[in-house]
Design a protein around this ligand. Structure first.
Ligand code: SF4
Ligand code: SF4
Length: 97
């Protein structure tokens, strides 16, 4: 299980500031930043604490099994960001484990 960022994300970084394991990307210094349409949660690192949900001003973050039907494909979109864009993952030291 993981948390997932869906379409409403406005990339204000409120969730990044509160996440205890730094699993939300990209940050402005990351190579994939300019091409990213939103922020994404790394499902392999997220510890399911839920802290980011309350931090988000636009209700863009959901527990995987609580995603609205229209956004259920965002589970894959978030995971794909980390599995298919090695440049982005490589740009964050916290994800390099
Ligand atoms: S649920 Fe917790 S660990 Fe997962 S992305 Fe949100 S703040 Fe980070
Ligand atoms: S707090 Fe919400 S809107 Fe802001 S970056 Fe995170 S998911 Fe996107």
């Amino acid at each position: 299980m993981t948390y997932v960022i869906a379409a409403p994300c406005i990339a204000d970084y409120s969730c990044v500031e509160i996440c205890p394991v730094d699993c939300i990307s990209p940050m402005p210094q990351d190579p994939g930043f300019e091409k990213a349409e939103q922020l994404y949660i790394n499902p392999d690192v997220c510890v399911d604490c839920g802290a980011c949900v309350e931090a988000c001003p636009v209700l863009a973050i959901y527990k995987e099994d609580h995603l609205p039907l229209k956004w259920q494909h965002y589970t894959q979109i978030n995971a794909d960001y980390f599995s298919q864009k090695p440049l982005a993952a490589a740009g964050s030291t916290s994800n390099h484990e």
